[in-house]
Design a protein around this ligand. Structure first.
Ligand code: AMP
Length: 397
């Protein structure tokens, strides 16, 4: 069975065609600069040169037409006809309270995606447009929506509620939702496999550290708590996002600088975090290099990131009813031995002990704690596309 996975960002779109008989990638690609001059599609098939088409693409619908053209292209294509594709899995950012599982797209599901545009204004519109384009271009093909929020819907109310007047929850559904759910869910399946235990036998903390970062406390396969909130802004310091700060900082700066809510949102989402603190870059490779060369603000941004990861890690170990393991994933979690080492440093007294030799790896599944570490620490590369493809296959079967 072949499944197409589509991940529409605000101005980009990633796609991947998977053969689910052996869970391998047949081909994948990226459309960049949708709605901006200079749009292009880069289509990659292993063993072949990249196929690049530069053309004006005004919206996601036009972009998806180019995706289907590339997939079926006579020379560079990966299927002879679109009939070979059994279903399409779409990554959708915000499913709100009504959707706690991947679902086959119906009019009602599309309404829910629309309803949640208020909480995901940068992503939900593009996600919806991607779905509608597929419905139009390949009618009758099942579309499945897989929500970043869905995995976290098992959190209890005392965790997802904010301590603000209850009426705002009733009126606007303001609460913690959590994101990166597809990644944390993948880890919730893969880590027990790597450890050779049942999914319901362990409690662990999943640390997805990338350009966006979140931790999730996972109890017996289910999310108990996670660090992102109503939107992906809450929680850790990230590449360009502030994460948790005193809410008064926001109102103070808005008043002093005479800013609109939208301007303040941009500052908190795009100009803060490691970029805002360092004044240099949101990319952790750049920051590690600069810190090594003595750049104080790059070092400060990294130290601030690490202490926040440690803070959530400690909180989640306390929240779990016994913690068996920690998994690092995401661009930073999978690749940076320095950050992993800094996060786990001086935690031997709570049973976390890193083995420097085991930790000296990039991007592969490995135990990185010592044999006597009470809490086992692993690197587990995430695979959100595979999770979406599996969810899609299971629903359409
Ligand atoms: P993601 O959003 O998961 O793709 O992760 C992107 C982040 O991972 C960027 O900040 C990258 O700098 C970071 N990253 C990738 N490779 C490394 C590495 N070898 N060391 C440190 N950070 C890395």
């Amino acid at each position: 069975m072949k499944i197409l996975i589509i991940n529409c960002g605000s101005s980009s779109l990633k796609y991947q065609l998977m053969d689910m008989d052996n869970e391998t990638i047949i081909g994948k690609g990226l459309v960049e600069r949708i709605g901006i001059p200079g749009s292009r599609i880069i289509h990659e098939v292993e063993g072949m040169n990249d196929y690049i088409v530069e053309a004006s693409m005004n919206d996601h619908k036009e972009a998806i037409k180019y995706v289907f053209d590339a997939i079926t292209d006579e020379k560079h294509g990966i299927v002879k006809s679109l009939d070979e594709i059994s279903g399409i899995g779409h990554r959708v950012l915000h499913g709100g309270e009504k959707l706690s599982e991947p679902v086959i797209v119906t009019d009602e599901v599309k309404e829910i995606i629309k309803e949640n545009i208020k909480f995901g204004p940068l992503h939900n519109p593009g996600n919806l447009m991607g779905i509608e384009a597929c419905e139009e271009i390949v009618p009758g093909k099942p579309n499945v929506a897989v929500f970043d929020t869905a995995f976290h819907q098992t959190m209890p109310d005392y965790i997802y509620m904010y301590p603000i007047p209850y009426e705002y929850y009733k009126k606007y559904a303001i609460r913690k939702y959590g994101f990166h759910g597809t990644s944390h869910k993948y880890i919730s399946y893969r880590l027990p496999e790597v450890m050779g235990v049942g999914r319901e036998e362990i409690n662990f903390v999943s640390c997805h550290l990338g350009n966006g970062s979140s931790l999730a406390a996972i109890r017996k396969g289910k999310c108990y708590d996670t660090s992102m909130g109503l939107t992906p802004l809450e929680g850790l310091e990230m590449g360009t996002r502030s994460g948790n700060i005193d809410p008064t900082v926001v109102t103070f700066i808005m008043e002093e600088e005479n800013l609109t809510p939208q301007q303040m949102n941009t500052i908190l989402n795009k100009e803060s975090g490691a970029l805002g603190v360092s004044g240099l870059s949101s990319d952790f490779r750049d920051l590690e290099d600069a810190a090594d060369e003595g750049n104080e603000r790059a070092k400060l941004a990294l130290d601030m990131f690490v202490i926040r990861v440690k803070r959530f890690l400690g909180a989640y170990i306390a929240e779990l009813d016994g913690c068996d393991a920690i998994a690092f994933t995401g661009g930073i979690g999978e690749n940076s031995k320095t950050i992993r080492d800094m996060v786990c440093k001086d935690l031997e007294h709570i049973g976390i002990k890193i083995d420097p030799e085991r930790n000296d790896i990039r991007g592969k599944e490995q135990l990185i704690s010592t044999d006597d570490s009470k809490i086992k620490v692993y690197v587990v590369p995430t695979n959100e596309e595979l999770m979406i493809a599996r969810d899609t296959m299971n629903l359409i079967k």
